[in-house]
Design a protein around this ligand. Structure first.
Ligand code: HEC
Ligand code: HEC
Ligand code: HEC
Ligand code: HEC
Ligand code: HEC
Ligand code: HEC
Length: 433
């Protein structure tokens, strides 16, 4: 009888430990998940609420805004014709804004101090009156509030490598890594606690040796000891090997990616779209990139080239206003450079577009589909060399120099076509100064 109670007690108490540990783990992971989910949803709520008119329809607001207001206002703080509307819901109440949009002159004539001063500040330019319903006006400002916050987010990209990641992608992968890290740490902690408990229990039982049955004694004195397993050479060696492999892999990944910016697509100062200009309107690449068939550099067009069309097209657009501003202030538009070889390498566009007759798409991808230009090729030495090995020189048929080259090549290597490699396209000095 004594033996029996002893046994059940022991198994019960270990059971308790296990259950306790499991519950702790579950509770911990759950609470972290919950905290994150809450942070996420409060973020979303804040974004969705948009300040004005709780149930205001953002879609309606967006349509009305874009159809009626963007020729004079931006959602940022920038002045177009009228003031930038960033933070408008903090400066003005919706009760003030509704009559203003309906008839701003009436508000000014009523002697409203703010309105009179604003009108004077903007040189008495008269804002158009709009015959909108109250709800529609609320919807416009809900949209403006939301959009102005998004503009602020895009303008300050998170610091870090200029990858193609959007903030939300990096957010979720950061969340994933954090969760993983926490889980691993928790598992390790639990494991350590269990080890300590195990050794305590077995010590305790060893002290009570006399009271135990023969079977129980066998269990307690079992040779299998978890600690010794961890001290064994095989396991230690395995862990060390895994660690070394891991370090090696991360460093190799790092090294091979230094300076490679495939997928780089920065936000440009003006929302210029190749899809619209080169795709839909079929403007030739060389119209803007004037050097691309003649020289080493393709060149980025100056604001004057834009003005050939935009002195009459879409004058009111806030994006086009930026071109005017650049010309007025005599400051070039600061486009962010995307493709960039290191100084040690020499690349010539004319050689490839004009002499070799290669299409831009071979190296730059489907530019005509891109709203924002993205670097598609890796631009590594291996990439240049690969193409030189594979590409047959065939374009310059009516060129005497090439005719003779191809003739000579055919004489010695009948059957295999002449590639760029055969004309010296792999010589170091061709690409390195
Ligand atoms: C023709 C140009 C023009 C259009 C179109 C226009 N506005 Fe205005 N808006 C102005 C000007 C100019 C002012 C500055 C006050 C003045 O001169 O009357 C202004 C001022 C404002 C203000 C006050 C800004 C502040 O900082 O307090 C708000 C709000 C506003 N406009 C909203 C709108 C909305 C919403 C629309 C579209 C439904 C719109 N505006 C369309 C020209 C325009
Ligand atoms: C209306 C003028 C215009 C036309 C037409 C045009 N581009 Fe561009 N291109 C620009 C401007 C402005 C930039 C700089 C802003 C940007 O990156 O979007 C640019 C940037 C580029 C870049 C990236 C430059 C860098 O920084 O590395 C490439 C590549 C490019 N264009 C290729 C093309 C190709 C290919 C075509 C024809 C299919 C073409 N462009 C047609 C104006 C033009
Ligand atoms: C050959 C004519 C031409 C040239 C050159 C040109 N554009 Fe355009 N652009 C257009 C046309 C056409 C549209 C479409 C207008 C429309 O949607 O009604 C347009 C639209 C735009 C828009 C969108 C405006 C909006 O609010 O919808 C931007 C931004 C723009 N162009 C920027 C530029 C920049 C920057 C340059 C110089 C690098 C440039 N464009 C050169 C013809 C041109
Ligand atoms: C054989 C590959 C190749 C082809 C074909 C090619 N490019 Fe490029 N392009 C490059 C490389 C490489 C760079 C980066 C050059 C540098 O950093 O010196 C570049 C850069 C550019 C730039 C940035 C400005 C500059 O000159 O550095 C523009 C714009 C551009 N290319 C436009 C074009 C257009 C338009 C065409 C087609 C008419 C074209 N490219 C065809 C490989 C190519
Ligand atoms: C899409 C294929 C392609 C890619 C990618 C490419 N090239 Fe070329 N390259 C050619 C072809 C085809 C010629 C042959 C032109 C001719 O007929 O002379 C050539 C010729 C050259 C030449 C002249 C070789 C000679 O013997 O006269 C140089 C230099 C050169 N490329 C540099 C580069 C560099 C640097 C890069 C990478 C940044 C690169 N190329 C990427 C296809 C490519
Ligand atoms: C077809 C053009 C081409 C040829 C031929 C070529 N290279 Fe390069 N090389 C490049 C380009 C482009 C880069 C820059 C790549 C980058 O930024 O990742 C480069 C980079 C390098 C670098 C620097 C690597 C680094 O990580 O910064 C070295 C060293 C180099 N090349 C040596 C050579 C030698 C040696 C040869 C002759 C056996 C040679 N290259 C032939 C195009 C070429």
């Amino acid at each position: 009888m004594i033996m029996l109670t002893n046994k059940t007690k022991k198994s019960k108490s270990t059971h308790h430990y296990w259950r306790g540990a499991c519950l702790c783990l579950l509770a911990f992971v759950f609470s972290i998940n919950l905290a994150f989910a809450q942070a996420d949803s409060t973020k979303k709520d804040a974004a969705a609420a948009g300040g004005a008119g709780g149930g205001a329809d953002l879609e309606v607001g967006k349509r009305l805004w874009e159809g009626n207001c963007t020729s004079c206002h931006a959602v940022s703080a920038e002045v177009v014709v009228g003031p930038g509307l960033k933070g408008i819901l903090e400066r003005r109440t919706i009760e003030w804004l509704i009559p203003w949009v309906k008839n701003s002159q009436a508000v000014i004539k009523s002697g409203d101090k703010y309105a009179v001063e604003l009108f004077a500040k903007y040189n008495k330019s008269v804002m158009t009156s709009f015959n909108f319903k109250d709800d529609e006006i609320k919807a416009i400002f809900a949209y403006v509030d939301k959009a102005s916050k998004e503009v602020a987010v895009i303008k300050d990209p998170p610091p870090g490598p200029p990858g193609a990641q959007t903030p939300s992608q990096s957010d979720s992968s950061g969340y994933f890594n954090l969760m993983l890290g926490i889980l691993v740490t928790v598992l390790f902690l639990i494991f350590a606690v269990l080890l300590v408990m195990l050794s305590m229990v077995s010590k305790f039982l060893k002290q009570k040796d006399g009271d135990l049955s023969i079977e129980d004694r066998e269990v307690v004195h079992q040779k299998f000891d978890v600690l010794s397993v961890f001290q064994s050479r095989a396991v230690l060696g395995g862990v060390a090997l895994l660690f070394v492999l891991f370090v090696l892999k991360t460093t190799l990944d790092g090294i091979t990616n230094i300076g490679v910016q495939q997928g780089y697509a920065p936000t440009q100062p003006i929302a210029f779209s190749h899809k619209l200009h080169a795709g839909q309107y079929e403007i030739d690449c060389g119209y803007c990139h004037t050097g691309v068939y003649k020289g080493k550099s393709a060149t980025i067009p100056s604001a004057n080239i834009c003005m050939n069309c935009h002195n009459s097209i879409k004058r009111g657009s806030p994006e086009i206003q930026k071109i005017y501003k650049a010309i007025e202030n005599n400051k070039p538009i600061e486009w962010v450079r995307i493709h960039n070889l290191p100084d040690l390498a020499y690349f010539n566009h004319a050689q490839h577009t004009n002499v070799a007759g290669l299409a831009c798409e071979k190296c730059h991808g489907e530019i005509k589909e891109m709203e924002v230009v993205q670097q598609r090729a890796p631009l590594t030495m291996g990439w240049c060399i690969n193409c030189h090995r594979q590409t047959v020189v065939e374009h310059a048929k009516d060129n005497k120099y090439y005719d003779r080259l191809i003739e000579a090549h055919d004489k010695y290597q009948k059957g295999s076509p002449m590639t760029v490699e055969n004309i010296g396209g792999l010589e170091c000095a061709k690409c390195h100064y």
